[in-house]
Design a protein around this ligand. Structure first.
Ligand code: PBG
Length: 326
C-alpha cells in the first residue's frame, strides 16, 4: 500500500516510538575488551595508534580490572608481549609467561570477570609469524602441537575460554583434544574461524609487537575477496569442536557475519579490530566525524549483521554510554 496511506516517518517521530520499534539493541553483555599484557613491573606504555590503550604489566592490570568490572563489561581477551622471543615462541607456553601470570592476577582480583585468551604464536616468535617456520613457510602441522600446549597452559592458569587466532588448519581439533585429555572438557573454544589477511590489523601489530619479519600472512589468513570459503572454514571449525565462531575484521565483513549466522545458527563473535578503532579515533580527533556516534553506529551495525558478541577496543567507552542510556 503506497503513500499517502503509508508514511514510515510516523514511527520515527520521537525517541520513545523509535525505541519501541527498534530491531537491534546493543548491550554491555555483548562486549569483550582486548588487553595487552607486557613483561616487567610498573609499566603502562601508551599505544600511539590506539588512543586510550596501553601495554600494561601484570601489576598494573589490577586497577584496570576494577574499572572494567565497575563498567559491567563481562569479559576480556588477553594478548601477551613476552620479554624474549625465539623461533618456536617458547614463552607462549611457559607456565610463568606474561599471559599465564595475568590470568592468575585477574582471577585473584576479580574472579567473576570472564577471561579469554588469544592463542597464537606471532607475539612470541622472533620472526613474527603465527607458527614455526620450515622451508621459509609456516609449517601447519608442527605448529598445532605448540598451539595446543599454549592453550592448555592458559587453561591451567585459569582461563575461562581460549581463542585460537593463528588460522592453521586443524587447530581447533588439536586444542579440543588436549583440553579433553587434561580434564578441561568443559572449557569452550572461540575460534577465529574466518580471519582475513587484513590491512586493518596495522595498529594491533604495533601494540602487540607482532609484525612479521618477512613476507605476510596471506598463506594462512583468508583472501578478502572470498565468502563461500568463510562458510567452509566455519564448518570445519564447528566439526572440530568450536563453540563460538568469529569473523575478523568486523565492519568490512558484515556480509560474512550475516551469511554465517544464517547458515549455522551458532554463536557468532565479530572482532572490531584495531584499524577500525583507530580510523574512527583519528577522524574524531581531526573533527571530521562525531566519534561517539560513529562508534555506537558501528557497534550496532555489527550486531544487526548477526553477531552475538563483539570484541572491541571501544568496550569501555560504549559501556559508559550504554549505562547512561539505561
Ligand atoms: C594474532 C592476532 C592479530 C589480531 C588478533 N590476533 C593480528 C594478526 O593476525 O596479525 C588483530 C587484532 C586487531 O587488529 O585488533 N594472530
Amino acid at each position: 500500500m503506497p503513500f499517502p496511506k503509508h508514511r514510515p516517518r510516523r514511527l520515527r517521530k520521537n525517541e520513545i516510538i523509535r525505541k519501541m520499534v527498534r530491531e537491534t539493541t546493543l548491550s554491555v553483555d555483548d562486549l569483550i575488551l582486548p588487553l595487552f599484557v607486557t613483561f616487567g613491573k610498573g609499566k603502562k606504555i601508551a599505544i600511539k595508534s590506539m588512543p586510550g590503550h596501553y601495554q600494561l604489566s601484570v601489576d598494573n592490570l589490577a586497577k584496570e580490572v576494577k574499572e572494567i568490572k565497575t563498567l559491567g563489561i563481562p569479559a576480556v581477551i588477553l594478548f601477551g608481549i613476552p620479554e624474549h622471543k625465539d623461533e618456536v615462541g617458547s614463552e607462549a607456553y611457559n607456565p610463568k609467561g606474561v599471559v599465564q601470570q595475568a590470568i592468575k592476577a585477574i582471577k585473584d582480583k576479580a574472579p567473576e570477570l570472564y577471561v579469554i585468551t588469544d592463542v597464537c604464536m606471532c607475539e612470541y616468535t622472533s620472526h613474527g609469524h603465527c607458527g614455526v617456520i620450515k622451508h621459509e613457510d609456516v609449517d601447519n602441522d608442527a605448529t598445532l602441537e605448540l598451539l595446543a600446549k599454549e592453550a592448555l597452559s592458559h587453561v591451567k592458569a585459569g582461563a575461562d575460554m581460549v581463542a585460537p587466532s593463528d588460522m592453521m588448519d586443524g587447530r581447533v581439533g588439536a586444542i579440543r583434544k588436549i583440553l579433553d585429555e587434561n580434564n578441561f572438557s568443559h572449557t569452550p573454544i572461540m575460534s577465529y574461524a574466518a580471519k582475513y589477511a587484513s590491512a586493518f590489523y596495522g595498529p594491533f601489530r604495533e601494540a602487540a609487537e607482532s609484525t612479521p619479519e618477512f613476507g605476510d600472512r596471506r598463506s594462512y589468513q583468508m583472501d578478502p575477496a572470498n565468502s563461500d570459503e568463510a562458510l567452509r572454514e566455519v564448518r570445519l571449525d564447528i566439526e572440530e569442536g568450536a563453540d563460538i565462531v568469529m569473523v575478523k575484521p568486523a565492519l568490512p565483513y558484515l556480509d560474512i557475519i550475516r551469511r554465517i549466522k544464517d547458515e549455522f545458527k551458532y554463536p557468532v563473535a565479530a572482532y572490531n579490530v584495531s584499524g577500525e578503532f583507530s580510523m574512527l579515533k583519528a577522524a574524531n580527533q581531526l573533527g571530521w566525524m562525531d566519534g561517539e556516534r560513529a562508534m555506537m553506529e558501528s557497534l550496532v551495525s555489527i550486531k544487526r549483521a548477526g553477531a552475538d558478541l563483539i570484541l572491541t577496543y571501544f568496550a569501555k567507552e560504549a559501556a559508559k554510554i550504554l549505562y547512561r542510556a539505561s
